[in-house]
Write a protein that binds this ligand. Structure first.
Ligand code: 6PG
Length: 247
């Protein structure tokens, strides 16, 4: 493992992983608010994240939800009401179930928003994100917690192995011909995924075991994008036994 505060939390089942991630993330958000910060949380897409979001919504003790900013590490560039949208799933599982301030929920653009193309939409979201965060020169992290799933091929967000996007300097960028459908996406760039105090990877299922091992070990980003993101204060991999089998 590389970077400060790296650890693996391995639990028997996906449900136990989701419950533990939800509890730990909510505690980090409460800690940030106790320190006087309005925290920013980056959500991810994928199946295990839906379990995590539902567990967060059901928790007895949440943060002051109205003072949490929400962002996404990536999004599918489809119509805003398409069930494939990560934002739509997060609203269904979490955001509509707790008292968030909708003004602080920053969904990535949808294909039926008013942008010329996905590149223009990605650029605009990058501008929105950059304007909302302290400048890099302040050395301040942008996010308090950044959640990421891991694909069987070692992708995270919509940064896929063997593709140029992994090395992009862009804050947010467009992805076409994604190996994971749907094919057109928007994703935070790798540098942006490294601007969180706490990075939280969540992966379950035996098909993730190799990718999880490569993410934890670190290594060539082009081969394993999930080896790239690390928290400025901590990086934690939450895995079930099958996904942690090669650690
Ligand atoms: C997406 C996700 C993607 C996902 C991984 C893991 O929009 O598809 O952001 O990066 O997190 O593919 O997905 P699963 O948890 O469903 O395996």
């Amino acid at each position: 493992m590389t970077g400060p505060g790296s650890q693996v939390v391995r639990l028997p089942s996906a449900d136990e992983v989701a419950a533990r991630v939800a509890g730990d993330v909510l505690a980090l958000l409460r800690d940030a608010q106790a320190s006087g910060r309005d925290p920013h949380l980056v959500l991810t897409g994928g199946s295990i994240s839906r379990k995590v979001h539902a567990a967060m919504a059901a928790a007895d003790e949440g943060p002051d939800w109205a003072r949490v900013g929400f962002w996404w590490g990536d999004e599918r560039y489809v119509a805003g009401d398409d069930e494939e949208r990560n934002a739509g799933q997060a609203w269904e599982d979490l955001l509509a179930r707790v008292p968030v301030d909708a003004e602080r929920v920053h969904a990535m653009p949808a294909a039926d928003d008013d942008y010329l193309d996905v590149e223009a939409a990605a650029w605009a979201h990058g501008e929105e994100l950059s304007a909302a965060m302290p400048s890099v020169s302040d050395g301040e992290p942008w996010f308090d917690v950044l959640m990421l799933g891991i694909g069987p091929d070692g992708h995270c967000a919509s940064l896929f192995p063997g593709r140029g996007e992994v090395e992009s300097e862009a804050v947010v960028l467009a992805v076409r011909d994604s190996p994971k459908p749907p094919p057109v996406r928007i994703t935070m760039g790798m540098a942006t995924l490294r601007r969180a105090r706490h990075v939280v990877f969540v992966a379950t299922g035996e098909e993730k075991a190799d990718a999880v091992a490569r993410s934890v070990a670190g290594g060539a980003l082009r081969e394993t994008p999930a080896a790239g993101p690390r928290g400025l204060e901590s990086t934690t991999w939450y895995v079930d036994d099958p996904a942690g089998a090669r650690l």
